[in-house]
Design a protein around this ligand. Structure first.
Ligand SMILES: [Zn+2]
Length: 885
């Protein structure tokens, strides 16, 4: 908690560490309220640092110092200085290499912030990224200090039968009074943010993986005993991920043991600690009856992500936290490609872009906009953002697009060879990509330093006489906080030209002798305005621009409803085909919303959409998940982003109108498709079964919008008969959002069925929190008093408070400001418990400038109230103050 204004840290102030820690021997005597930590550090002065005689400043917060010894000699209190954040030894040791032994104590049970060593139920565990290790012991807590760790854990056999840390187990033994000890050795130097320990009554499943070089790796997943039957999918996912990284990147695992532990109290998704990943239970546990298809997919993605970090993050890590995207952008790109290879590439791309465009674009247009590599921060925990992760991944993807698959692999190989065992920068990564390919990415580097979403305008001009098409491409980027003007970026623009019969033209630019048969080409856009002239086009084509979403930009094109419907029917690029339909639906909903705002009473939506859907429903499809996405209407977030001043009521009403109209016009087709794909199945997880369920439940969603007794019965029938969570929860969601008389009974039945499964009860809360009917806020307030609700469990907080504020736009933005006050109350309450969770919760308020004057005022009031709270954390202070600036 702060007393004065928290200070800002700047990238430009980076300096090499003055001291290094070669090895750390840690001993933990475990106790849930009083854990003793003895840390024996072998330290040396850093010869590369210019200031070799600097005082030794160690980081440490909220720990009790017991004693310090320098080279075995006790350091008396008058020879060191202790501040709330540091332990300072003013006189630098006279020798280059010395040992420091520090004994400290911490209270895991009091640690509700869940950073450092804490208690999750009765299990002890750690979370050290970004700066949690300093809450365990005094250390040089910065990623460019890489240390070899040896960890000895001492604990009671009954409370802590299992005691884990990084690396390989080296020795163990018994002690008096029913106690025991285990020693772990990690041979790989690592920054302390990758340190982990877990101790508790855990069970595990085990498997093995044989690497291409012939080493056998033991794989273990640790959970609480009653969850052992929900680990199989996570284990399969891990084995797939290991194989994929060997095949695609030529990288294999390097320890004898790979461990994953699932914990129920966790601030994030998962953490890639060397050899000992700690996961939110949400991303490990799955059984067909408890987890949805989407859960299965997310588990595979997160397991892959953390595994891939072993090379991109652990062996090569970040020099400083400004470089966070070095490991996150690259690793998200790798997990996205893993997912694409494992399922439907088109579906995966659409899902990823959807998240980027709705959430990252909003972040980039708001008060918290920052570059992929930020220049400054107050609290680094606030920079685990969509920009660093998702836009960072898009930047890596663009390098992949520009260099091609083989070129990218050459660059990755050079990066691994050159920097293995080092802490490096985003620039080092690009340099390796350049050097391996003889490429020049000088201008491209601006993607790392410029914030904001670039706008790309494409204007086409067809000349029938010369049978040519001139494309004029313009780029610009709106100002963002601290960056009033921007330089032009290097943007890869993939595009195709489609003939009136729906086929792709071979692409030939005017200075080329012939078309080489390519129907999609990547143009390098590097200037503010550029022209490209395509020839040999007997008839005017329709332009399919930004195929595969080749760059994270907002694309502007003048396209009529007719052209969009044409692309939806014919585009050979599956992403653009979907995007054309999405854009068509989005514009039609937007137009209706505008009519509603103007006080008109539109009777029906434009028919282009219904007709396009009718055509799509009449075709036969191999990839049913893709068809389901094609039929899905854009979210209210997506439509809101198209408006100058967002009107959540109008957007919601317009979208509901279109939903209902499609259901009315296509009721027979949708019902037939529903019945054709309905099975009561429990354990089918191949792409076909997943696609079937996804399509069927999309149809059910439309039909439920009719809100008739017949559709209520259909939903209740599916709910009662469901043998998998995907079908059960989809039906329950429809019931909760309808006028069904069985609503209360179904919610009760669901709760009784699943009351012992935390992750399913999270869904039960979330379904009610996102109900779009009037009165949702009152119901959410009542649920706060439910015995199963707990403000100290991040998953629960996210499933009720987070889901309501982030995914229930119409009710969160109710015009009396009740939703804003609700969020304000809970940010303040959470600030005292868990600042990280509090700060991530109030994103919706930071977007206040997008709303009308009355809502702006109400939202600002809450931000001011939060900013003025006594004892506000750095995390919350930074977001509130930047939002108000
Ligand atoms: Zn990560």
């Amino acid at each position: 908690m702060r007393e004065s204004t928290p200070k800002t840290v700047y990238l430009k102030d980076y300096q090499l560490p003055e001291y290094l820690i070669g090895s750390a021997e840690l001993t933990f005597v475990l106790d849930e309220q009083d854990t003793r930590v003895v840390s024996r550090l072998t330290m040396q002065k850093n010869r590369k640092s210019l200031n070799g005689n600097a005082p030794l400043v160690l980081d440490g917060e909220r720990i009790i110092l017991e004693s310090i010894k320098l080279n075995g000699q006790k350091v008396t209190a008058n020879r060191y200085e202790l501040t709330p954040e540091n332990l300072i030894l003013p006189g630098a040791p006279k020798v280059d290499v010395f040992t420091l032994e520090i004994e400290t104590r911490v209270n895991p049970k009091a640690n509700t912030a869940l950073e450092g060593l804490y208690l999750s139920r009765d299990m002890l565990c750690t979370q050290c990224e970004a700066e949690g290790f300093r809450k365990i012991t005094y250390f040089l807590d910065r990623p460019d200090v890489m240390t070899r760790f040896t960890t000895t854990l001492v604990g009671d056999k009954w409370s802590y039968p299992v005691m884990l840390s990084n690396g390989n187990p080296a020795a163990m033994g018994d002690l008096r009074k029913n106690r025991h000890w285990v020693k772990w050795e990690d041979p790989f130097p690592k920054p302390c943010y990758l340190f982990a320990l877990v101790a508790g009554r855990l069970d595990h499943i085990e498997d093995t993986h044989l690497t291409p070089s012939g080493r056998e790796v033991k794989l273990r997943i640790f959970v609480e005993r009653h969850d052992l039957d929900k680990c199989a999918h996570a284990m399969q996912s891990l084995k797939h991920a290991m194989r994929w990284d060997e095949e695609v990147y030529g990288r294999e695992y390097d320890l004898d043991l790979y461990m994953i532990v699932a914990v129920s109290h966790f601030n994030m998704g998962a953490m890639e600690n060397k050899g000992l990943n700690v996961f939110n239970t949400k991303y490990v546990l799955a059984r067909p009856d408890t987890a949805t298809d989407a859960d299965y997919e997310h588990i595979e993605g997160v397991i892959g992500h953390e595994y891939f970090h072993n090379w991109t993050g652990n062996r090569i890590t970040c020099r400083d936290w400004f470089q966070l995207s070095l490991k996150e952008g690259l690793t998200v790109f790798r997990d996205q490609e893993f997912g694409a290879d494992r399922s439907s590439r088109a579906v995966k791309r659409i899902e990823d872009v959807n998240v980027l465009r709705t959430r990252q674009f909003a972040e980039d247009a708001g008060p918290l906009a920052h570059p992929v590599r930020p220049d400054s921060y107050i609290e680094i925990n606030n920079f685990y953002t969509m920009t660093v992760y998702e836009k960072g991944a898009e930047v890596v993807r663009m390098i992949h697009t520009l260099l091609g698959k083989e070129g990218f692999r050459r660059g990755a190989d050079l990066y691994f060879d050159r920097h293995d065992g080092q802490a490096v920068t985003c620039d080092d990564f690009i340099k390796a990509m350049e050097d391996a390919n003889g490429a020049d990415l000088t201008q491209f580097r601006r993607w790392y330093s410029q914030a904001g979403t670039p706008e790309l305008t494409v204007i086409s001009d067809y000349d029938g006489k010369s049978q040519s098409l001139t494309l004029t491409v313009r780029q610009s980027c709106p100002p963002t906080p601290g960056q009033p003007t921007k330089e032009p970026l290097h943007i890869p623009l993939a595009l195709g030209l489609i003939a009136p019969d729906g086929s792709d033209y071979p692409l030939q630019l005017e200075n080329e002798a012939e078309a080489l048969g390519q129907t999609t080409r990547v143009l390098s856009v590097t200037q503010l305005e550029q022209r490209f002239r395509f020839v040999n086009l007997p008839q005017e084509p329709v332009v399919s621009a930004l195929r595969g979403f080749s760059a994270p930009v907002r694309l502007h094109q003048h396209q009529s409803y007719g052209e969009l419907a044409f692309l939806l029917a014919h585009d050979s690029d599956p992403f653009n085909r979907w995007d054309a339909g999405h854009s068509l639906a989005g514009q039609i909903i937007l137009h209706l919303a505008e009519q509603l705002i103007a006080g008109e009473r539109p009777e029906r939506a434009d028919r282009h959409l219904v007709e396009a859907y009718r055509k799509a429903l009449a075709q036969s499809w191999n990839d049913l998940s893709y068809l389901a996405l094609l039929l899905g209407l854009p979210s209210e977030d997506y439509v809101s982003a198209l408006m100058k001043i967002v009107d959540p009521d109008a957007v919601h009403a317009a979208r509901q109108m279109v939903m209902k109209e499609i259901a009315q016009m296509l009721e027979n087709e949708l019902s037939r498709l529903y019945e054709a794909n309905h099975r009561e199945e429990s354990d089918c997880f191949d792409a076909e079964a997943i696609g079937r369920r996804r399509l069927k439940n999309t149809c059910l969603g439309f039909l439920a919008a009719l809100d008739t007794v017949a559709t209520h019965q259909l939903c209740v029938r599916q709910f009662r008969a469901a043998r998998n969570m995907t079908d059960q929860i989809a039906a329950l969601s429809c019931i909760v959002n309808s006028g069904s008389a069985d609503k209360g009974a179904c919610l009760d039945a669901f709760y009784q069925q699943w009351r012992d499964e935390d992750l399913v009860i999270d869904k039960w809360f979330a379904i009610q929190a996102t109900c779009h009917l009037p009165g949702a806020l009152g119901n959410v307030r009542r649920l706060l008093d439910h015995p199963a609700f707990d403000l100290k469990t991040p998953n629960r907080v996210r499933s009720l408070i987070g889901a309501f504020c982030q995914s229930n736009l119409v009710n969160f933005h109710q015009s009396d400001g009740g939703g804003y006050r609700f969020l304000g109350d809970h940010v303040i309450a959470l600030n005292a418990i868990n600042p990280q969770v509090a700060s991530r919760m109030f994103g919706p308020l930071t977007q206040w400038r997008r709303y009308d004057d009355a809502r702006q005022k109400l939202m600002r009031e809450q931000l001011q109230r939060i900013a003025g709270t006594d004892g506000i954390s750095k995390d919350v202070y930074e977001v509130a103050s930047k939002s108000l600036a």
